[in-house]
Each structure stands twice: as C-alpha cells, then as structure tokens.
Design a protein around this ligand. Structure first.
Ligand code: MN
Length: 334
C-alpha cells in the first residue's frame, strides 16, 4: 500500500490516515493486513528524520541580506546541494530590492526559484530574461558563465512581495567543464498535482511525482518539489532510497512527530533509510504551509567551494579565477 503510491492508492491512503506521525504505525493497522506485517513494512519504507537545521542571516551584498539554509552549522553540504539562500518573504517598496552586478560561476548549477515577485536576468550567453511569481531559472555554469541579477530594484515601481530561493546544485567532476546553459522555466510549464480541492498542491520542478514530470533538465537525478499544504494535510513522497533528501520550511510549519514541529527557516534532513517521506501539517494551522522538497543522488566527490566557484580542489579554484580574469567565461555587453 505504501511503497509506490499511484494516484488512486494515494486517495485511499489519505483517508486511512487521520492521526499525525506519532501514531502512524498504529494507524496503518487500519489497512487490511495485520498490524505486525504492516509495521514491519513501514519500518523499512518510511524515512526517519536525521536532524533539523537552523538557517542563519547572511549579508550577501550591501543590498541583499538572505537566510542561509545551507551551509548550516554542523552541515556543510547535502550532496549534491552545496548552497541554499532564502530571500524573503518581504514586502518591498519601489526602488527597494537588490541588484547583483555581473559575476562568474563555474562547476555547478545555480538555480533560482521565484515564489513571489519579479527578477531580471542577463548572462554572457546573451540571455536576457524576466522572471515572475512561480518561475524557475535553472542555469548550468559548467565551464563558466557570467550573469547579473536584479531583484526588482531597477524595474519595479510598485510595492510588492518578494520571496525566492537561490540553490547551488553541484556537478560531477566529469561535467564541470560542460558548456554553460540556461533554462528559463515559466510557472505555466511546471505541472501541478492537486488533491482535496487544493489542500495539497505539488509543483513538480524537477524529477517526478504521481506521473508528473518536472521540466528542469539536470545532469544527475534531482527531485525538486514546491509544496503548498493546508492544515491537517498528509502527503507521501516516494524517493529513491539512496538519494539525499531534505525539506526546507518556507512559511508556517510541519509536523516532526511527538508534538514537535519544524518551523519557518528550518531544514529537515532525512536519513536514507526508506523509500518515501511522509509530510503532515498541524490540524490547528490557520494558513498554508509552504515547503521545498529537494532530493538528489549524491555525487560522492570532494567539494572545494570558494567564492562563486564549486570545484574539487584548490588548484581548480585558482584556475577558475585566472580563466575568469582572462575573459574566458565571457561578459555581458548588452
Ligand atoms: Mn550568481
């Protein structure tokens, strides 16, 4: 019943579970199997929480302060994810926001997920794009790219809410010199799984969920799901057992079991001890819980991240700086 839930199984599953995580094992006894058999299977398929990490405040530039979710205290990376910054949610006045001038990247994929607001992107490949609420930008820095980002400072003249995430996905050494690339993914091209009249909403950015395939093309297998869950929601997400997995709490909170909750800004890191993650939200919530679920096959290679580059050793970082200074990563001349 639990292992790989298709659409039909899932609705049955949701009806069965009316309690929160602490009582989940006894709840499974409601299924038509005996409680022992069900408990055995749950024990091998449901991932347990490894730890809950706190984000920290980081001043990235004079204009931009973010919540840094990764690296976190006691957790340098969640391979293949090497950095995650959360911007907002914040209400911005006209002229507010940040402009990040042209800068290079090499050796990884810089990803921007814009939940609310607008941003403008330019890069050395000649791309000039505008992102709006719900849009995703999946860049491949590969051998080298130069880009600039404007979070509405210079082109939005009204009060607006800004909320987004910047994520760095590592590339295997064999692909660090890949040709740079740019995927501009419009919100309308991101499939949405919905059930219970919108109580559960899953936007599939990368990877798969319930037969829906995310549009982002990735070098290594990645799952990126943006979840909006109403009060008392129960969601099971199947994931390959060897993929590292985390849930970042963007707004409101989610259950952790035994009455505990993960709150806004916290990251829940899971053990690789099962084939699905079960997410539930408190019944007493009055607003939706907003979460980002990320999972990926670990690359298991040395990571040497310095400044805007993610390589495997110090010599490669030095080479990256030299190549950038020699103009080998291109420039923005428009
Ligand atoms: Mn950048």
């Amino acid at each position: 019943m639990v292992k790989y839930l298709n659409r039909m199984d899932r609705s049955k599953f949701v009806k069965l579970i009316t309690f929160s995580i602490p009582t989940i094992k006894s709840t499974f006894a409601l299924a038509d199997e005996g409680p022992e058999a069900v408990n055995d299977r749950v024990a091998t398929t449901l991932r347990t929480v490894r730890k809950v990490l706190n984000s920290s405040t980081q001043k990235v530039s004079a204009e931009l302060t973010v919540r840094r979710a990764l690296p976190a205290s006691g957790q340098r990376v969640v391979d293949p994810f090497v950095l995650m910054d959360i911007m907002g949610p914040v209400d911005m006045q006209p002229g507010e926001g940040a402009f990040v001038p042209p800068h290079p990247h090499r050796g990884f994929e810089p990803v921007t997920i814009l939940f609310e607001g607008s941003a403008e992107h330019k890069d050395s490949l000649g791309n000039h794009a505008r992102l709006d609420s719900g849009d995703v930008q999946w860049m491949t820095a590969g051998a080298g790219i130069v880009h600039s980002e404007d979070m509405g400072k210079n082109f939005v003249s009204k009060v607006r809410r800004f909320h987004g995430i910047q994520l760095w996905v590592n590339l295997p050494k064999a692909h660090k010199d890949a040709a740079p690339g740019y995927q501009n993914i419009s919100a309308k091209d991101i499939p949405v799984y919905e059930e219970e009249n919108g109580k559960i909403k899953v936007r599939v950015i990368a990877g798969e969920f319930c037969d829906l395939k995310g549009p982002a093309k990735t070098f290594t297998p990645i799952t990126a799901l943006h979840l909006k869950l109403g009060p008392g929601a129960v969601l099971s997400v199947p994931l390959p057992g060897d993929h590292n997995a985390l849930v970042q709490v963007l707004q409101n909170d989610m259950n952790l079991g035994e009455g505990k909750r993960a709150k806004q800004g916290q990251m829940v890191l899971y053990n690789n001890d099962g084939e699905h993650i079960l997410i539930t939200t408190p019944e007493e919530n009055t607003t939706d819980t907003d979460l980002l679920l990320l999972a990926g096959k670990p690359i298991n290679e040395p990571i040497y991240a310095y400044g805007p580059f993610v390589m495997t050793n110090k010599a490669e970082i030095k080479k990256a700086y030299a190549d950038y200074q020699a103009g080998k990563m291109g420039k923005i001349d428009f």
